[in-house]
Design a protein around this ligand. Sequence first.
Ligand code: ZN
Ligand code: ZN
Length: 277
Amino acid sequence: MDLKQIESILRNSGSANNLVLKKEIEILKSKAIDRQDEELANKLWCLENINEIQFLFISAFNNLKKKEYYKAWSDFSYIDIKLCYFREHSENYYTDSDEYGLLFIEEYSRKFQKLFPYKYFLSRESIIKKQRCSVCGTEITIRKKCKHSVGELYMGEMCVRIVSELQFLAIALVRDPFDKYAVIFPQDLEYNYGALEELLNLLETPYEKWGLTVIKRIGEKFVDARRNGLCPCGSEKKYKKCCKNTQKELIDHYAIKLNQNKGNNSILRYKEFGTWK
Ligand SMILES: [Zn+2]
Ligand SMILES: [Zn+2]
């Protein structure tokens, strides 16, 4: 396969045999490196990433279908991180017609993530003691740097820092970390994946379009609460002195809309979903 053929497969939202394509790209890239053709090697780095991002998106969708929610979550988190590094090197692949599906994947990864009940994460706090450049191997210190900069492409590889020694400080509980892998799974509590389940019952393919609106409504157990009665949250305080008129009694209400273009039977559903079951 040559560059043109690979690009054409990726333009049609990738291939089912992503691994075969990965091999083909690797072969071309090592040839480019042998010839010291940096421009081509860097182009192939982009194609490698597009292939992987498309594959992750399909994998996330399949995991959702199988109700492997944490696996799907990890796929989406990985897509986030990949796209974040990828974008500056790949303007050519973000076209108005979104041939490579990258804009679609970015938009829909975010939308899927919004439907996950995960709200809190663990984040590591640490000090880097020893690190080196992934391109030339130079050990980087405050006084010593090499000529490569992090995030730049060199002969088909992106420069990163490889950390070999880390001083661990603490683990923090956070709401919006850069990497969202460390989801907390509290004992005796089960997450409610109702919104995702509902949506996945309606979707047949990962590239189907759908819309989502989230509005806040009073949670079911608060609807009939009396001002002077006990608060339904279980605090044993009076409702008016506890959750009444606060965020605590509000719950996310999702409206999922499918554009199926099959006549006018687009489906609109409202459903109440909290974080926990
Ligand atoms: Zn270097
Ligand atoms: Zn309360």
